[in-house]
Write a protein that binds this ligand. Structure first.
Ligand code: GDP
Ligand code: MG
Length: 315
């Protein structure tokens, strides 16, 4: 077995950090580690926490860690920021918010930001989840910022997706309707110490009921929870609801191996094939200088991009 993989399985945090950094940087040799880790994955329960910047996701995650640790559960955290190409301010804030757990051996916190390699953040997050899973964490909390397809794709890796909103986000609630409503298993109205949480509650209820199709078919009916993360309120309710959702998955799917369902496997494999093809072809085209030559010809108006692209494949 790969030495690094052995250390990850033994829970060595420095090795885990190294592997995740290699994933983040798109270092090809990390694959050997992942192959050895794969048989040890599928045990952790993955929770996605998403919502606009500043709604209190990190504060919530920090409290969830504390509650889970009281139950003797180990926790891995990935703070993912699709909006920033480098580990920027948001992620720094996440780290600070969860600082009190940094010396706890039962907690492992990492941030991830896209570095622009082909795999993209969705793929690297999924892989990082595998690493934390293999290292033996019971729960993996994935915090993501930003609203959009990236975020939706990232939370697709979770067993339970928690969407965090705050009171008075009328328009924003309309905005989340677009893509993210259907991936929300639980909604948290955080900062409910502020005015307007009842209005937000009824707005959300309405939106969820309009999405009724899902529950008519015996699907999961998303719950809405009021919370005040900084005052440690609503966290127990949230964890109870997460447990309920977990039971629901087991009841309807038979197990928690969502990643071993044909539909998921297909999706994941296609993603990997895309990356592989892209990497190989781009590698060759840049090495031989053909890519830059094509760029140059297009820029000079000597060829159109359609023909140029075809030419790159034909010889
Ligand atoms: N009033 C109030 N403020 C909160 C609550 N939860 C978090 N905050 C504050 O909201 C700000 C942003 O929190 P943070 O967790 O970094 O949000 P994130 O960007 O979603 O991760 C911080 O100043 C928190 O102290 C809450 O329940 N009530
Ligand atoms: Mg945060």
């Amino acid at each position: 077995m790969n030495e690094l993989a052995k250390k990850v399985l033994a829970g060595d945090v420095r090795s885990v950090a190294r592997v995740i950094r290699n994933i983040d940087d798109g270092i090809p040799s990390v694959k050997d580690v992942l192959i050895d880790l794969y048989p040890h994955t599928g045990r952790a329960y993955v929770i996605g926490i998403t919502g606009a910047p500043g709604v209190g996701k990190s504060t919530l995650v920090d409290q969830m860690i504390a509650h889970l640790r009281k139950k003797n559960k180990t926790v891995g955290v990935l703070a993912v920021d699709p909006t920033s190409p480098f580990s920027g301010g948001a992620i720094l804030g996440d780290r600070i918010r969860m600082q009190r757990h940094s010396l706890d051996e039962g907690v492992y916190i990492r941030s991830m930001a896209t570095r622009g390699h082909f795999g993209g953040l969705t793929q690297s997050t999924r892989t990082a989840i595998d690493v934390l899973d293999a290292m033996g964490k019971d729960y993996i909390l994935v915090e993501t910022v930003g609203v959009g397809q990236d975020e939706v794709d990232i939370v697709k890796n979770a067993h339970t997706t928690v969407i965090v909103v705050i009171p008075g986000m009328g328009d924003d609630i309309q905005a989340i309707k677009a893509g993210i409503l259907e991936v929300g298993d639980i909604f948290v109205i955080n900062k409910s110490d502020r005015e307007g949480s009842d209005k937000t509650l009824s707005d959300l209820r309405l939106m969820i009921s309009m999405d009724q199709k899902k529950h008519d078919e015996g699907g999961w009916k998303p719950e809405i929870i009021k919370a005040q993360a900084i005052f440690d309120k609503g966290i127990d309710d949230l964890l109870v609801e997460i447990d309920k959702h977990r039971d629901f998955i087991i009841k309807t799917k038979g197990n928690l191996h969502s990643r071993r369902q044909p539909e998921k496997v297909r999706e994941e494999l296609i993603e990997m094939i895309k990356i592989q093809i892209m990497t190989q072809i781009m590698d060759k085209l840049t090495r031989t200088g053909k890519f830059e030559k094509a760029v140059d010809l297009i820029v000079k108006g000597k060829i159109d991009p359609y023909t140029a692209c075809e030419n790159l494949f034909s010889d």
